[in-house]
Design a protein around this ligand. Structure first.
Ligand SMILES: [Zn+2]
Length: 337
């Protein structure tokens, strides 16, 4: 066990699917909650851990939103990014693509330019203080696309943080249907502006959402995508195109999409020849970390060190880093095995 843990610790890693507020450490959330005593978010560690026990996916979204609404100051936003840098540096993560939902910050009175400045400061500090490079993906919840889709697109196009690389959609997949036209429009505009499109799809609904992401939302990677296995034609498509899937095993168990870690379809996805990457999603909310996801893949799902290294290099290849930066991380893997 110790051997595999130290192997994972030294493996250079890239994190492609992590959310800004969902990565806030427990002490950070407690500090914010104590500053806002009217919030339903608990102010003790024990109660917060209980609060992070999710009955189902919509309950998780409710909790995530309540925590997001604690972020009221630009300095909070910058602190969250610095916190990601600190936590990822400790796991030998070189680069992270961080999904930022600006809508709760806007609702708390922060104008887009102020949010952008805070994100720029945070990314600069994460690199200077922790050596972790940050890319941003702006996203919005599909279930509030009528309110948030266009505002998020406008923010992304007119006042982007310097490290903005992508555009995404999260929230409750099953509630996107009434807003599909606007969702397709904003993704079309984001893609036309050169942003990489990375929608969540097939996390809580079936293959049809993944087909929609591929066919209409310009998906260059799929957030989760685990329900692709229900459609052999989709599996064939994903294998042939090697469209990357951001897989987050502990997240799927904690939001009750998968009954137990041992049942996670990651090994089946690999056996099907899909391009899979391993990610932490909302690590403190799910009681995990990126290193822990690799440990779970090894100890619960039976992956070998060579397979873990392949997952890590998949993440480098599936990232939106420039080719030179990819090559310099990939070159390190040849020394590992
Ligand atoms: Zn996610």
């Amino acid at each position: 066990m110790e051997g595999i843990e130290s192997f994972i610790a030294t493996l250079p890693k890239v994190e492609l699917h992590v959310h800004l507020v969902g990565s806030a450490s427990v002490p950070t959330v407690l500090k914010l909650a104590r500053r806002h005593p009217g919030s339903p978010v608990p102010r003790t560690e024990e109660a917060l851990r209980e609060f992070y026990t999710f009955r189902d996916f919509p309950h998780f979204i409710d909790v995530y939103t309540m925590v997001s609404l604690l972020v009221t100051e630009p300095e909070d936003v910058a602190d969250l990014v610095r916190g990601i840098g600190r936590d990822l540096a400790a796991q030998n993560v070189r680069y992270a693509e961080v999904q930022v939902s600006p809508y709760p910050f806007r609702r708390n009175g922060m104008p887009p330019a102020v949010i952008t400045e805070a994100l720029d400061i945070g990314a600069q500090d994460a690199l200077a203080e922790h050596g972790v490079r940050i890319g941003y993906i702006f996203d919005f919840p599909g279930h509030t696309a009528d309110v948030d889709a266009m505002a998020t697109l406008e923010h992304a196009l007119s006042d982007p943080p310097r490290a903005l690389t992508g555009f995404g959609i999260g929230g409750i997949e099953g509630a996107r249907a009434p807003y599909l036209d606007i969702i397709r429009d904003v993704f079309g505009a984001a893609a036309a502006a050169g942003l990489h499109c990375v929608p969540h799809a097939g996390e809580t609904t079936g293959p049809e959402t993944i087909w929609e992401a591929i066919g209409r939302l310009h998906a260059e990677r799929i957030g989760h995508g685990l329900n692709c296995l229900a459609d052999p034609r989709l599996v064939t498509y994903l294998r042939e195109t090697q469209l990357p899937l951001d897989v987050c095993p502990t997240s799927n168990v904690r939001t009750r999409q998968v009954a137990a870690l041992a049942d996670h379809p990651l090994p089946r996805m690999l056996a099907e020849g899909l391009l899979v990457t391993l990610n932490s999603d909302d690590p403190p909310m799910f009681g995990t970390s990126l290193s822990n996801e690799y440990l779970v893949a090894a100890t619960v799902l039976g992956l070998s060190p060579a397979e873990l290294t392949a997952l890590a290099s998949n993440a480098v290849r599936a990232s939106f880093l420039d080719e030179n930066s990819k090559d310099s991380i990939l070159a390190e893997y040849s020394h590992l095995l």
